[in-house]
Write a protein that binds this ligand. Structure first.
Ligand code: SAM
Length: 197
């Protein structure tokens, strides 16, 4: 499929998503039972290390904070005050672990796809829950180069630096870029590696 055709398909999908996405059909995302606040869960360093080894650098973490970036150490990051949704994302390499609340999660996935189609970055790794039935997951996984279905639940860090409790979901790392071999090398001990056909 040509790049132009892909872009057309993306815009059709984008319009469909805007019509269809609602808290109801996004399932559990954002319902945050108990005291879970997965909007601000931080990624443990061992997973960041794998991502950096695949891409070489992490030039942008679009959804972050100064505390989170002590671990991610992205060259550039956006905070809630900057609002990644209104920014231009420049790579070449992006790591995205978006806030999981319903509205922001959907918008983050759409923004990611928009910036990818605009060729604003060359590689990316997206870390999200493995909620394969949702429109957002389907959209962001559909065009990826490869993904790793992680064989355990990630223990994220809370804002107080302690391991988070109550992660009731599994995770997936979704890779966009040309270094699929490197992604496989770094992630194959962490779960099943798949590529869309
Ligand atoms: C799930 S945490 C991930 C943090 C970090 N990227 C990591 O993986 O450790 C999501 C982060 O996005 C921030 N955030 C929320 N809304 C945002 C927005 N509109 N623009 C940029 N960052 C935002 C939150 O404050 C939080 O630090």
């Amino acid at each position: 499929m040509s790049r132009a055709h892909k872009t057309l398909c993306f815009h059709m999908l984008y319009n469909e998503m805007k019509k269809k996405i609602s808290p109801k059909n996004l399932g559990y995302m954002g319902s945050t039972p108990g005291n879970r606040n997965s909007n601000t869960w931080f990624t443990p360093p061992e997973w960041i290390d794998r991502c950096r080894k695949v891409m070489g650098t992490i030039d942008l973490d679009p959804f972050s904070s100064s505390d989170a970036n002590k671990i991610v150490q992205a060259t550039q990051f956006f905070t809630e005050d900057d609002d990644a949704l209104v920014q231009t994302w420049t790579g070449p390499n992006v790591f995205m672990n978006p806030p999981y609340g319903v509205g922001i999660f959907k918008s983050a996935c759409l923004k990611f796809l928009e910036q990818w189609h605009l060729k604003h970055f060359e590689q990316a790794i997206v870390l999200i829950n493995n909620c394969t039935e949702t429109i957002s997951f389907q959209a962001i996984a559909k065009e990826c180069s490869a993904m790793c279905l992680v064989n355990k639940r990630i223990v994220f860090y809370s804002t107080d630096g302690k391991p988070s409790v109550g992660n009731t979901r599994g995770q997936v790392f979704i890779y966009y870029g040309l270094n699929v071999g490197k992604f496989k090398e770094e992630f194959e001990d962490a779960g099943i590696i798949l590529s869309p056909v």
